[in-house]
Write a protein that binds this ligand. Structure first.
Ligand code: B12
Length: 217
């Protein structure tokens, strides 16, 4: 039995996910989390993110089915929506971030979490979600003129799509700062340097720290 309250909450949340119990998962986050003073960002990074990683391990090792993984992930999607209205927000800092998964990339929960963190820090966020075709990403950059473009990649086989997106956006807007991140970077250390994108973060908190430093906000 763990005595770490966050680890205990993560275990209970994971159990609720595996049981497919949406009401219990939300109750835990609110009653055992928010109302007990656990900061919302900690619920994201210390409860939901590691629970999702554990779901991935259980799926990979064949302990749970694809259907159970989908059930669990749908609960985390619901949890993010629910927590969205509890996000503590800094005053608007006047900067807009466009955040998108690259073409083909279906893992969007992490990018969504990163969007919520940027909003907490006062950024205006345009979150495009999963699988955005490169030409439409470029069009959106042209039309919405963000201050920062953040691209998310999970699968290594989507790194070519990332390269394509970075090159296409550079052609259109050579001065636009870009950030890259997502699980693929844990399997390709140094990729950000190779892409010439110095702006990288291993999780949502690191992305926000780097963005705030760059814009001095
Ligand atoms: C849920 C899930 C799915 C869902 C995604 C649903 C959704 N709406 O997002 C679905 C069912 C679509 C899916 C599909 C697949 N998946 Co999947 N999936 C997962 C799982 C279990 C959880 C992902 C998640 O929610 N993580 C939690 C979030 C919060 O963390 P995160 O994504 O890392 O994001 C954080 C950081 O990376 C960072 N970040 C993210 N974006 C950005 C951007 C910037 C700019 C910055 C700075 C930071 C940043 O901040 C985030 C918050 O802190 C993972 C397991 C895992 N370890 O993550 C497997 C996992 C990623 N999947 C895996 C696989 C194999 C697949 C499939 C190939 C399965 C298949 N055979 O079809 C497909 C590929 C789909 C595709 N074309 O993209 C493997 C990948 C293994 C590998 N080495 O390549 C994993 C690791 C499972 C495993 N084996 O353990 N999957």
């Amino acid at each position: 039995m763990t005595t770490d309250p966050l680890a205990a909450l993560r275990d209970s949340y994971l159990s609720a996910q595996l049981a497919g119990n949406r009401r219990e998962a939300l109750r835990l986050l609110v009653e055992e989390g928010v109302l007990r003073g656990i900061p919302v960002p900690s619920l994201h990074l210390d409860v939901i993110q590691p629970a999702q990683q554990e779901i991935g391990r259980l799926w990979q090792e064949n302990h749970i089915s694809v259907a159970q993984e989908h059930l669990a992930t749908a609960i985390s999607q619901l949890a993010l929506s629910y927590l969205y209205r509890h996000l503590p927000r800094d005053p608007a800092n006047g900067r807009t971030v466009l955040l998108s998964c690259v073409e083909g990339e279906l893992h969007e929960l992490g990018a969504r979490m990163a969007s919520d963190f940027l909003e907490m820090a006062g950024f205006e966020v345009r979150f495009l979600g999963a699988n955005v075709p490169t030409e439409h990403l470029v069009r959106e950059v042209r039309e919405s003129k963000p201050d920062l473009l953040a691209l998310s990649v999970t699968m290594s086989y989507h790194v070519p799509a990332l390269r394509k997106a970075v090159a296409a956006v550079r052609e259109l807007a050579p001065g636009l700062p870009m950030a890259v991140g997502g699980l693929a970077f844990t399997w390709a250390p140094g990729l950000e340097a190779e892409l010439g994108v110095p702006f990288y973060g291993k999780d949502a908190r690191a992305l926000v720290a780097a963005a705030c430093k760059m814009f001095e906000v």
